[in-house]
Design a protein around this ligand. Structure first.
Ligand code: ZN
Length: 302
């Protein structure tokens, strides 16, 4: 979500990076709260704040009324980190910062990806393409795994060095073998899962080199089961980092990343179409059928 400040709350003078904030400024905010007081926040784990989603899914007649981003107005809770959007970033590009870019920026930081290392990215949707950009800026080599033509094309344009195409390699074993072949028979230094497909975890661990790092982001729904081979994990000594949300200041990092790479990557590919609010259902349907990487809903205040 990206919006323009309609009214500032009492006493609000700056964003969460300390920069002056005025009515009319364009802003993005974290979609979750970081209360700074709960058991998680007190350990610095703002991304799993116990009250992180307490402002979600409330009826509109309940104060402060504007709880959802699919509307002309939205109320930002005092515990949602808000950041001013730099002038040089167009609306459509800025809307990518949250959550796609902030999420994978955090993930690649957690993976500790170094220049010259190889990152395997499972999935080339919005998050996957952002991950390719972050990895390339860090000087890494990227192997991207996907099976949708438009996504593979976009992955190449974002700088993916190698593509593993699910249409050609339909078995997980074949895809693992391909990644090993591309890495001297050893495996990627790090891998990042942004598919939401449970079976991708086993595959991802198997394609990560011994003592490598595996970050899983897409599997956010509990209860979806998958066979898993603990022996492969032990033998390869891969460290798994499961991530939920991101540390709120990563949204600021994402904006700065966009500012310095605005001309380097084809960010316009991430939003392929704008839809007026009245056509939200059509946007959802196209997205579900994978005919849309990412659509944006554009709403103007009355
Ligand atoms: Zn908290």
């Amino acid at each position: 979500m990206l919006g323009r400040v309609e009214r500032l709350g009492a006493g609000v003078r700056t964003d969460f990076a300390g920069r002056p904030l005025h009515e009319g400024d364009r802003v993005v905010c974290t979609y979750f709260r970081g209360c700074r007081k709960c058991r998680a926040c007190r350990r610095g784990a703002f991304n799993v704040c116990e009250f992180g989603l307490s402002q979600w899914v409330k009826p509109p007649d309940e104060s402060p009324h504007f709880h959802g981003t699919w509307g002309t107005y939205y109320n930002i809770d005092p515990d949602q980190y808000v950041f001013r959007v730099p002038e040089s970033i167009p609306d459509t590009v800025a809307s990518v910062a949250n959550c796609a870019l902030a999420q994978v920026y955090y993930g690649i930081e957690v993976a500790g990806l170094l220049p010259g290392e190889t990152l395997a990215v499972q999935g080339a949707g919005g998050l996957g393409l952002c991950a390719i950009a972050v990895a390339k800026e860090r000087g890494a080599r990227v192997i991207c795994i996907d099976g949708v033509a438009s996504r593979i094309d976009a992955a190449r344009r974002f700088g993916a060095d190698d593509i593993v195409d699910l249409r050609e390699l339909q078995e997980a074993e074949a895809r693992v073998r391909r990644v090993l072949d591309l890495t001297d028979g050893y495996g990627a230094d790090a891998a990042l899962e942004v598919t939401g497909v449970p079976s991708a975890i086993q595959e991802g661990v198997a394609m990560t080199r011994p003592t490598g790092r595996y970050v899983t982001i897409g599997n956010i729904w509990p209860g979806l089961m998958t066979p898993f081979d603990p022996g492969t994990l032990n033998r390869r000594m891969v460290t798994i980092y499961p991530l939920m949300r991101y540390l709120p200041w990563k949204l600021f990092d994402a904006l700065q990343f966009l500012e310095r790479t605005i001309d380097r990557f084809p960010w316009e590919l991430l939003i392929d179409r704008d839809f007026p609010f009245e056509r939200a259902s059509e946007a959802l349907e196209l997205s579900e059928r994978r005919l849309l990487n990412r659509g944006s809903l554009v709403m103007e205040p009355a």
